[in-house]
Design a protein around this ligand. Structure first.
Ligand code: CS2
Length: 476
């Protein structure tokens, strides 16, 4: 720390209208600035109470600054900071879960929004519904007034609102999952169904769960970023976030009790988000994961470094053209080819140092909707998917935990230990591929039982081991 002045709030915070669960970098770079814009343009009591489910990091950085921080656009080597004042308070749920339920039950709260990442939903990969064996769900069904899971918090708060006649809120999922609104609705109703059928019916009738597509590349903040910002502004801001200029928010038009004027701030409010979401998940997140595993193995630190290698940029473009775009229903108002041209330009931006290691995290939660669904659709249509198959092989190599130089990889994944054990227990590539493909939480039955798919992944794995990632990508 330097002797610089700390950032602080001047003036009254807005009144709370939103409780947001998961105040990580993405929320601070995306949701909060959109809400700030909406309030600047059209007013409204849409201050945000931000609640971390576990880590105190966001609270520790934001609270001493009164919730105020800079969202900083990185562009052309420069920084464009903007002060965000929409966050009125930051709590850490385990400190006082009852208080969080109380806050969510307040009738002034009209939206509960979520950026909790894929693993925060406690979804069973096999049924697609709530994982009733998940330890957090088991806990929350037994101690309903002191939840730990997001679904537990939402149901406890809706239950209190029903009892008090406070009306329901909108649950707004902003995570990279297909039909994220329909998914969270299903999970909430299944949890409520374990408690009381009247409650389930009340939620079905009164609460809404719009799906959304969210997009802004926001790498983890580094000390170098914070120092550069402090040099520019003269104040120390430990909660700042750094992101690209691009942002896109597509939201299904279904709100139980109003919303900020996000549309006036540039969000697209549409009858159905599914086609937009599928385009983004498969085109952006799918190739992000592809570049993350192959780029990491080839020794590249960031996405920009990876696509600076022309063979990797060509891989990405071929994957879009031949394997991804043919599976997509065209989203209204979007030209998918132009969308992908914009994507490669975004990836090339060297001021955004998005680490391949960061994107490689939680692959077991990301692969199904980013890569495997696309492969399954291509199989059904009789098309080959060499680029996506190589991605699956690269993920397998990555979760083995040893890189091409023999150095350990810090694999972060809720299933890391199981995946590593499967790798260690296997003798040879074919066995390894069969072991990893038998993980039902990741691979859908149709792929698990598909011999040609398994053989193709085993071939790609052999090539990766023999030639290394860089030469394999070059030769594809
Ligand atoms: C990335 C996403 O970390 C990841 O897995 O693919 O966070 C990506 O940067 C965002 O979805 C972009 O909107």
């Amino acid at each position: 720390m330097t002797g610089r002045a700390r950032l602080s709030r001047s003036g009254q915070p807005p009144k709370i209208g939103i409780v947001h669960l998961g105040p990580g970098a993405f929320f601070r770079a995306f949701n909060a600035p959109f809400t700030q814009d909406a309030m600047d343009i059209a007013g409204g009591d849409w201050g945000i109470l931000a609640v971390s489910l576990r880590s105190p990091a966001a609270r520790d950085a934001l609270s001493p600054q009164g919730g105020v921080y800079h969202a900083v656009t990185k562009q052309d080597g420069g920084l464009a900071p903007r002060l965000i004042k929409a966050v009125t308070d930051v709590w850490v749920a385990p400190d006082d879960p009852r208080a969080v339920v109380e806050a969510m039950a307040d009738a002034d709260v009209r939206i509960v929004s979520l950026t909790i990442t894929e693993k925060g939903y406690c979804k069973s990969a096999e049924t697609g519904g709530l994982d009733l064996d998940h330890p957090d769900i088991v806990h929350d069904l037994a101690s309903r007034d002191q939840p730990v899971s997001v679904v537990g918090f939402i149901v406890a708060a809706l239950m209190a609102r029903k009892t008090r006649g406070a009306g329901a809120f909108t649950v707004l999922s902003c995570d990279n999952l297909p039909s994220n609104g329909a998914l969270v609705r299903r999970l909430v109703l299944e949890f409520a169904g374990q408690i009381d059928s009247d409650l389930t019916e009340w939620i079905e009738t009164h609460a809404t769960f719009p799906s959304t597509m969210v997009d802004r590349i926001t790498p983890a903040t580094t000390e170098t970023d914070l120092d550069a910002l402090a040099q520019l502004t003269g104040v120390q801001d430990d909660a700042a976030v750094f992101h690209e200029d691009f942002r896109q928010w597509v939201i299904e038009d279904s709100f139980a009790a109003g919303r900020p004027a996000w549309d006036e701030a540039g969000a697209q409010i549409v009858p159905s988000v599914d086609a937009h979401e599928m385009m983004k998940l498969r085109c952006l997140n799918g190739t992000h994961s592809m570049l993350a595993y192959l780029g990491y193995l080839a020794g590249y630190e960031t996405i920009a470094d990876t696509v600076a290698d022309l063979a990797f940029a060509a891989l990405c473009e071929r994957a879009w053209r031949e394997e991804i775009i043919p599976t997509l229903p065209p989203p209204e108002g979007e030209n998918v080819h132009i969308y992908c041209d914009t994507l490669i330009a975004r990836y090339r931006d060297t001021s955004i140092r998005h680490r391949t290691w960061q994107i490689a995290m939680d692959g077991s939660q990301k692969l199904p909707q980013r890569i495997l669904g696309t492969i399954a659709d291509n199989i059904a249509a009789g098309r080959a998917t060499p680029c996506l198959i190589l991605t699956v092989a690269a993920w397998m190599r990555y979760v083995g935990g040893i890189d091409e130089q023999g150095a350990p990889i810090d694999v972060r994944d809720p299933l890391a230990a199981d995946l590593r054990a499967a790798c260690d227990a296997s003798d040879g590539t074919a066995e390894l591929v069969s072991e990893l493909m038998s993980v039902a939480a990741i691979f859908p039955a149709g792929l698990r039982q598909h011999d040609a798919f398994r053989n193709a992944v085993a071939d790609a794995s052999d090539r990766l081991i023999r030639d290394g990632a860089q030469a394999t990508v070059r030769s594809l």
